[in-house]
Ligand binder design. Structure first.
Ligand SMILES: Nc1nc2c(ncn2[C@@H]2O[C@H](COP(=O)(O)OP(=O)(O)OP(=O)(O)O)[C@@H](O)[C@H]2O)c(=O)[nH]1
Ligand SMILES: [Mg+2]
Length: 317
């Protein structure tokens, strides 16, 4: 039989609509991609904590791809996913568009690039709503990763356009973070200015079929200590080397690197909390009206442990 799981899955898909989170988790573990999709929707919305509370702790590999619009991130990811599928890994791809508060825009293009994987039940492709509600990317993505780990996926691949804060948030969860660039005068300098090189564990000059790739590689090597690879994602050239570099970086992970990522995640989540703090608007009005100075306001928003209040410093582990 070509696809022995199909009938079982069809049964699971049948009643996904009316299921509660625990039933959805059971269905998703049974192979229902629709149930996994429903759970991701809950995770993006107000039922996040309810879903997270049902999950056993589990770990999962996360690889991030970021870079300027149109650099070939989706094409590269599609080729990388093919390589991991041939190793038998279950893969989830999260496409994150930080410029839009709602998912949708990026989805169509990404689905076209991912066409080879659309009918593969072991590959989940998902566009994630980010900015605009409930704290954005920094809150939704780590939760989605926890969910996918608990659902026994082996690998999460995150795609994000490298503009602003998003690549820092990706770097906080991904190991490695791959920055995809293209040949072109001044590309390395632009990437450095945009802060992209700082988050790069690996650099890929994609579209190496175009002129100027060697020069861009040289410029990048001058600007960054990260390994620089070339690829023509459109025809698969360079993808085996990229996969080998991703795996090598992952194998070389250390406690220090894990702690650094954890630190960025905590800072990111703490920042989201502060941005949505109920007292922020009142304090801002008081500072604007001159009734309070910003130093005092910051202390009220975030009281730090003091000698007089040592019990606030309750985390000692
Ligand atoms: N010449 C050439 N074109 C490529 C290559 N890889 C991707 N492209 C093309 O570049 C365009 C953008 O590719 P995508 O993979 O959608 O790029 P992206 O970075 O995901 O784009 P956004 O998600 O919109 O930021 C498409 O038309 C691809 O076919 C390559 O290696 N060589
Ligand atoms: Mg894309």
């Amino acid at each position: 039989m070509e696809n022995p799981g199909r009938e079982v899955r069809a049964l699971h898909e049948a009643g996904v609509g009316g299921k509660n989170p625990a039933e959805l988790i059971a269905a998703a573990r049974g192979g229902s991609v629709r149930a996994a999709g429903r759970l991701l929707t809950l995770i993006e919305g107000e039922r996040r904590d309810e879903v997270l509370a049902l999950l056993e702790p589990a770990t999962i590999r996360v690889v991030g791809f970021t870079g300027p619009p149109g650099a070939g991130k989706s094409t590269t990811i599609a080729a990388v996913v093919t390589a991991y599928r041939s190793q038998g890994l279950r893969v989830a791809v999260l496409a994150v568009d930080p410029s839009s508060p709602y998912s949708g825009g990026a989805l169509l293009g990404d689905r076209i690039r991912m066409a080879a994987h659309i009918d593969d039940p072991q590959v989940l492709i998902r566009s994630m709503a980010t900015r605009g509600h409930l704290g954005g990317l920094s809150v939704a993505v780590p939760a989605a990763i926890r969910l996918l780990a608990a659902l026994s996926y082996d690998l999460v691949v995150i795609e994000s356009v490298g503009v602003g804060q998003s690549e820092i948030e990706i770097a906080a969860v991904a190991d490695p973070t791959v920055v995809v660039l293209t040949p072109g005068a001044g590309d390395a300098v632009q990437a450095a200015k945009a802060g992209l090189l700082e988050v790069a564990d690996l650099l890929v000059v994609n579209k190496a079929d175009r002129p100027g790739a060697d020069r861009t590689v040289r410029e990048l090597r001058a600007e960054s200590d990260a390994p620089v690879l070339t690829a023509v994602a459109a025809d698969g050239t360079g993808i085996p080397d990229l996969v080998a570099a991703v795996d090598a970086h992952h194998r070389a992970d250390t406690a220090d690197r894990r702690a650094a990522r954890a630190r960025s995640q905590i800072l990111s989540l703490a920042h989201s909390r502060l941005r949505t703090h109920p007292a922020l608007d009142t304090l801002a009005a008081a500072v604007a009206a001159g009734r309070c100075d910003p130093y005092t306001a910051a202390r009220r928003l975030l009281p730090l442990p003091t000698a007089a209040n040592p019990e606030e410093d309750s985390v000692t582990a």
